[in-house]
Design a binder for this molecule. Sequence first.
Ligand code: SF4
Length: 373
Amino acid sequence: MSAFANLDLASMPLPVLRETFVGAGFKKFRADQLFRWLHVQMERDLDAMSDLPKRLRAAVSEALPFPKLTVVHAPVSAIDGSQKLVLACADGQVIESVVMPMAGGWTTQCLSSQVGCKMGCDFCATSRIRVRRDLTAGEIVEQVAIACRMRAAEGKVRGGVSGGVSGPLAARPQNLVFMGMGEPLDNFTALVDAISILTDAKGFGFSPRRITVSTVGLAKRVPGLIAVHPNLHLAWSLTATTDEVRDRLMPVNRGVPIRRMVEVLEALPPSHHRKITFEYALLKGVNDSDADAERLADMALAVDAHINAIPFNVWPGAPYERPSRNRVRAFADRVSRFGASISLRESKGQDIGAACGQLAGEQEGAADSAPAG
Ligand code: SF4
């Protein structure tokens, strides 16, 4: 039996891959070669990896297959040009990722970390799908690889940012946000490994400052993530300013109340690079009062967070409504008057079911609508 039998080589960060290769009797630089094929050339066909010796290719062929995601469809928003990638995993499960054009010609890609989500946030379409499984690190990374390949084929290469690189890597998005299907910290090891692969200078080469991990508040996992990747940006999906309301909207709050998460954020080791944002979905009559605005400003000031307020994206059967334009404006003004920094964001891709809280997967038996975050 091969030394690599049943190993998921595509999910391994480079140091782990090197150890695995050396343990199997191969030179360390061979691990670097395979890593480059997978995460720079984004090649998935072992036969195309021409500089790997035959004996090594034979051994790798005994490992688990490289992750394969198939594009089921990829609608483009007529409103803002966002593209939703509906992707089928090798086992038939369906996940979604969204590629969003941003100001200045930059691109942000929203990634999924699980098939479904068990956090049960009441305002989120993804919570209507029962959790099917965690994604592997390789499947998380493959969402980026697919976007790179598609963009490269369309000639969407940004020389200034990706200068010096060619092939699909030259078409990589500039920012990654873990705000798609699933709670990233509920799939902790795969998340950490995927970020290691994505930030490795010998692979995708993303700066950690271009990656944001969004959590509903799995407080005990936050310090562990920051210990490995200290300069990531963190987004806390907050969406309520009292435990009473948040307990109702987000069951996670019953175990990790607001104060606990604020304490964890306050205690993080300082970083000049890390930004903290509060994601706040504005729900009509639920969390959009002046008193909410004042409490939200206080919390943001306590941890030097910026607030992204997002008027609720309605999905079919949603039990909430979006506040009026005037109420949204008044809420933001009040937060500002109390000294906190706030942006009003409209989610992208609303006409293709790709906006925050709308991702629900298009697999059989899923909720009627569509991704999340
Ligand atoms: S908002 Fe995020 S954590 Fe909550 S159910 Fe949706 S995907 Fe899960």
